[in-house]
Ligand binder design. Structure first.
Ligand SMILES: [Zn+2]
Ligand SMILES: [Zn+2]
Length: 141
């Protein structure tokens, strides 16, 4: 966390309390929170920070590629401070979103390039299923 100043300087971003708070919060979680969840989580420590500010801050952090937006088929984005390309899996029961570790689909970019006339920038792969705790809940009924 002590290199936050360096990271922001490299990205030519001004270190504002809001940016630090949002970024720190995202680094601390693997839950892929939405803007609303981040807003609620920070409300106690930053009571003057509005939801609009959270959205604006998330957009700024996304633009400089400090965080990534993910869209698992909901009306809004979720956010991830892990910017290394990785697939996600969403539970269709409780809506939790997890990282899938140990596999990458980056090699598909070249295959897709061959199949289309596109210059491929990247891909985002989402899987859907039922998480362990929801499986347990469902089978206990
Ligand atoms: Zn679940
Ligand atoms: Zn992730």
């Amino acid at each position: 966390m002590n290199n936050l100043t360096t990271i922001f300087r490299e990205k030519k971003l001004k270190l504002t309390p809001q940016r630090i708070a949002v970024y720190k919060y995202l680094i601390s979680t693997k839950k892929h929170p939405s803007a609303e969840i981040i807003y609620k989580a920070l409300q106690e420590d930053y009571p003057t920070m509005s939801l609009a500010t959270v959205y604006k801050t998330l957009k700024t952090l996304t633009d400089v590629k400090l965080i990534q937006e993910i869209n698992v088929g909901e009306g809004n984005f979720r956010y991830d401070a892990n910017i290394i390309p990785h697939p996600h899996i969403k539970c269709i029961e409780c809506s939790r979103v997890d990282d899938i570790e140990g596999i990458s689909f980056s090699h598909l970019n070249n295959e897709i390039k061959d199949l289309t006339d596109y210059n491929i920038i990247g891909n985002k792969v989402y899987f859907y299923g039922i998480c362990k705790s929801c499986q347990d809940k469902l089978s206990s009924h």
